[in-house]
Ligand binder design. Structure first.
Ligand SMILES: *Cc1c(COP(=O)(O)O)cnc(C)c1O
Length: 684
């Protein structure tokens, strides 16, 4: 029991199929029922059930294998381990998508943060992470009879999840004139600890207990309370845990208050002036902006900020006006709200967007944070996102890479010559494997979709899975129904469409688009809407579709990461040249949907872009898929799959992303903080 618990509480199992296999073998049904939650599974089986299960030979073998996988992981000494012993980087994010059973994420931002931790663990970098422990997570999605999304909130119980309460650690954060007490939970992500803050304590008044109830509450008042707990409470929690982090990575602006708390602690412990503390704190702050539109930030009214933060700011020694100006496009305008992106940009020394194109969009969007600099001089760079390959690459594809490239394929640089071996994978083998993954996807589709009996294993299957935000245009293919129907109902070369995604509960236009797609799915036999898009479903889709479709309004998709997951599995992308695809696209590994948008004129004609998409599908994608040799293999397609795997597995890996952050921001930040702290005091 103790050993199984050790395996269950280390989220290493989320990217080690050999450990997952053990839990599945213990009880396949319970494993699925619990949303692949090993802690709950063990609890439900109980001592007796486990003793019974462990008598089975296959369980014994699986346990040995899981143990071996765990041992191999920790015995392998990654290059960074110990090399930076005194350095601790603290990574703050309002959400982390790590496992299906840990619902403290909503979508792409969280999954990216989760992948960041997993890759950091692989590399052995000294990083700890901070977030909130939500009692209700983000809500599961049901579809009602009218085709509309309904959110269902479950309850996250600490004793049923792979999290543990940190005993004896409780910190406080200021909420106006009140003080909220915060408990700390910990979840272990391989070598990286993630600390989760929780205000649901009986010692808190009721209105403060509910702060960490739900992710992405829409009300600014509740949102600011969460950001106080994350930013201020988060830094205090690290100190209470004895962690001396001096580099702080803010994943999105939600954690900007971490910068103010850094200033406060530097002033209090080292008697610095406000200006000194600001500079030392700043040297260690790294900020990643994710939104390509100004409205994507949080905005807080001056009155609200005054009510919730007024007393705290005077304890920091920063005037209310100066604080508000940090977050204003036009400092000095008393009516302007505080924008978390401006505030984070002005607190951080290193700010980046999440793809090269998004870096350029961000320089334009936020240039007013640096009055007097031209757009090209604005110091916002970019670190292109990446995905954690051992998590997202199907075990079958991973086995192929192990055979052809090497067992450490996931840890190899893109320049490594061994990658050329991907081109030696036999076409028949790759196609058979892909077909098996597609069959598995169609099994998942039966569980999550309605009337799925007409789906065909041999039809070109297009996957579309992402948040239903209007700019992502899930309905672009619906603009010309007749033309779409022709694609779907072609008897010789049929196309089928799988849609999945949630809308934010407060996003009416997004929900309308979703209802439109559900309506289409109920009319067209070859279109299915899959409910409750989550990590499990995303994984099946990006491993088993033939084509991954992404058609956002250009310049509005900061990065997009699902396309990377798909490409790494040999699923070919058909996408607008936006976000990562603007730099990842090559004609030998996917297709670009033409778009008339430019950075100066981002508004485009949806109909014209839909026309371009239909044409691309009709003239290039469908013919390429159905072009077969004597053995029934689409040779040209398979070569594109190999190229896609070859370049995306390394170029868009979270491993590469974390190393980029380390090289361009973490290491230099840590050095500068130390140097500044060691400067002699000039007195006065
Ligand atoms: C990868 C992922 C996302 C992000 O996908 P985008 O392409 O960035 O929209 C969202 N949700 C889940 C569950 C994911 O796995």
């Amino acid at each position: 029991m103790e050993e199984l618990n050790k395996l269950a509480f280390d989220l290493l199992w989320t990217w080690q199929p050999r450990i997952q296999a053990l839990f599945r073998i213990l009880d396949p049904e319970k494993w699925e029922q619990t949303h692949q939650n090993p802690v709950l599974l063990l609890k439900q089986l109980g001592e007796e059930g486990l003793a019974e299960a462990c008598k089975r030979e296959e369980v014994k073998r699986a346990l040995d294998d899981a143990r071996a996988a765990q041992r191999q992981y920790y015995d392998r000494n990654p290059p960074f381990l110990d090399a930076h012993a005194p350095l601790v980087i603290a990574y703050f994010s309002l959400e982390f998508g790590l496992a299906e059973c840990l619902p403290i994420y909503s979508g792409g931002l969280g999954v990216l943060a989760g992948d960041h931790l997993k890759a950091t663990s692989d590399l052995g970098l000294p990083l700890v992470a901070v977030s909130l422990f939500y009692k209700q997570g983000f809500g599961r999605q049901e579809i009602d009879a009218g085709g509309r999304q309904v959110e269902v909130y479950g309850e996250n119980r600490g004793d049923e999840l792979p999290v543990k309460k940190v005993d004896g650690v409780e910190v406080e954060a200021p909420i106006g004139n009140q003080t909220v007490r915060i408990a700390v939970w910990k979840t272990q992500v391989g070598r990286v600890p993630l600390y989760l803050l929780d205000t649901d304590l009986p010692t808190n008044p009721p209105e403060l207990r509910t702060i960490t109830d739900r992710l992405y509450v829409p009300e600014p008042d509740r949102r600011l309370r969460q950001e106080i707990v994350l930013g201020i409470g988060g830094v205090r929690a690290l100190r209470a845990l004895g962690l001396g982090a001096n580099v702080f990575h803010l994943n999105e602006g939600h954690s900007f208050l971490c910068g103010i708390e850094r200033i406060r602690e530097l002033r209090a412990s080292r008697q610095m002036t406000l200006e000194e503390a600001r500079l030392v704190a700043r040297a260690g702050i790294v900020f990643t902006t994710h939104t390509p539109i100004a409205a994507g930030s949080d905005y807080f009214e001056p009155g609200l900020v005054w009510d919730l933060l007024g007393p705290y700011l005077s304890s920091v020694g920063i005037s209310f006006d100066r604080f508000m100006d940090l977050g204003r496009q036009r400092p000095g305008d008393p009516r302007e709200k505080l924008c978390t992106t401006y505030a984070a940009l002005r607190l951080a020394d290193q700010s980046v967007g999440v793809s090269r194109l998004h870096g350029a969009v961000s320089r334009r969007l936020w240039k007013d944070a640096w009055r007097g600099l031209s757009e090209t001089q604005v110091p916002i760079g970019s670190v292109t996102n990446g995905v954690h390959m051992p998590t997202w690459v199907a075990p079958e594809v991973a086995a192929l890479l192990t055979r052809f490239v090497g067992p450490d394929w996931w840890d190899l640089d893109g320049k490594d010559g061994r990658w050329q071996a991907v081109f030696e994978i036999p076409a028949a083998e790759l196609w058979a494997l892909h077909t098996a993954l597609k069959r598995r996807l169609l099994e998942v589709v039966k569980v999550r979709g309605e009337h799925t009996e007409d789906l065909d294993l041999n039809a070109l299957t297009i996957g579309f899975g992402r948040r239903f935000a209007p700019y992502k245009r899930a309905d672009l293919l619906l603009r010309d129904r007749a033309r779409l129907t022709k694609l779907l109902q072609n008897t010789k070369r049929p196309v089928q469409l799988l849609f999945a995604g949630k809308s934010h509960p407060a996003d009416q236009p997004g929900k309308d688009i979703l209802a439109g797609v559900v309506g289409l799915a109920r009319e067209e036999a070859r279109v299915v809407f899959l409910k409750d898009y989550d990590i499990e479903l995303a994984s099946a889709l990006v491993q088993g579709a033939d084509v991954w479709l992404n058609n956002p309004r250009r310049f509005l998709e900061a990065s997009g990461t699902s396309g990377m997951k798909a490409a790494a599995n040999g699923i070919l992308n058909v996408s607008i040249l936006d976000g990562w695809w603007d730099e990842g696209y090559r004609p030998d590994l996917g297709w670009a949907i033409p778009s008339g948008a430019t950075i100066d004129r981002p508004a485009t004609d949806d109909l014209a872009e839909a026309e371009g998409l239909y044409r691309l599908l009709e003239r290039e994608v469908v013919p390429a898929f159905y072009e077969r040799d004597a053995a029934g293999l689409p040779q040209r397609w398979i070569q594109m799959m190999r190229t896609s795997i070859r370049y995306v597995v390394t170029g868009f890996a979270a491993r590469r992303m974390v190393l980029d952050y380390f090289d361009s921001a973490y290491a230099a930040g840590a050095r500068r903080v130390e140097q500044l702290r060691l400067l002699p005091d000039w007195g006065g």
